[in-house]
Ligand binder design. Sequence first.
Ligand code: PLZ
Length: 444
Amino acid sequence: MIDDSVRQERRLVTTIPGPASQALLARRQGAVARGIGVMLPVFVTKAGGGVLVDADGNSLIDFGAGIAVVNVGNSAPEVVDAVQRQVGEFTHTCFMVTPYEGYVAVCEQLNRLTPGDYEKRSALFNSGAEAVENAVKIARSCTHRQAVVVLDHGYHGRTNLTLALTAKNMPYKHGFGPFAPEIYRVPTSYPYRDPAGMTGAEAAERAITLIDKQVGADNVACIVAEPIQGEGGFVVPAPSFLSGLADYSRASGIVFVADEIQTGFGRTGAMFACSHEGVVPDLITTAKGIAGGLPLAAVTGRAEIMDAPHVGGLGGTYGGNPVACAAALGAIRTLERDDLAGRAEAMGSVLLGRLTELAEKFPVIGDVRGRGAMVAVELVSDRQAQTPAPEITQAVAKHCHANGLVVLTCGTYGNVLRLLPPLVMPEHLLDEGLGILEEAFAAL
Ligand code: PLZ
């Protein structure tokens, strides 16, 4: 269901960005710290379904969903209703001071929806980074161990601890150290760039050997892994890699944490990406798609792990804010009622099909990958040598932007173009967006 006050069409009435957006951009330069980057400076005034409308009246096709957040669409009707009702009742009490039902209801939904049929508990926070930090706190408290293992190309946030967990220096970490200790990074499974023929099980073994030799399993509190890496380049690990890490964790008393902040809530064609491989994590971090655009995040997992920290050991003023909780309940109802995971899977076949055709035409496309409505192309200047082509990636993105299609880039080498449409995007906009992408490659 889409807010039908926003017409589902691409319509450009000025160049991008238009004069009204340019004036706002000038104001922004004088008021907002430059460290906050902007990818496409069109200032949004309205959005719904699969389009963003800007201050000049341009209507753009949205292949970004606010970085995988508005899976249910912008201003999804059930989210809007729930939020409006809640702000009229009360806006904040702090759940740790005087609680309210919405928080409990969101935890119940998360406990029901996440993989694993064991007894679960959840705790709510404000941002993805905060959820990851708390997952580490909980794992340390439960295991009485300190080390945290993460993967090459991983991304987990911008706070100090999560920067330590994040792999990429520019733009995230540069100049912001020192970072938290006891963080160890091991190779992941990156089928396009791993030695030819390397299986997921072999990649898992490569990581496990390093953990055993360099850290020692008995020192490891948790392994934190994205089932499909997001910022790192939409890297889908080879089958059996994740399950290999999960099995090793279980055998070694290590808490296996799946960071599903970008992959969650229907994005990959399942409610959570772990389930494509039958992997059951001990803890799962969620955010982004959870609340249709309102800030909310969570850690969910095995009751005995979640309940390890002492009373009062977890919390925060705003975590599980009642308005964000109302939004989450509306978003989850919409996701389930409209089978948006199923819709993501259908979008995935359209997207992967078209991108595979493009790869046959344009040698700059070295790899096409992804799952559901989380797909990407990795661009290379030489297919044989797989030389990353970040400048060409930027040029393609710019061409799309100028033509009213919002696309994002990512990847350790800055050479991945990623597509993350809202799961409610009508088919004709998906097609039109892919057409613009094709023109961008043809124009190179
Ligand atoms: N874990 C897997 O994808 C956020 C970052 C955008 P926050 N990804 C978008 C940027 O440049 O800051 C993310 C993620 C995964 C954790 C996070 C962090 O979530 O809500 O941004 O803190």
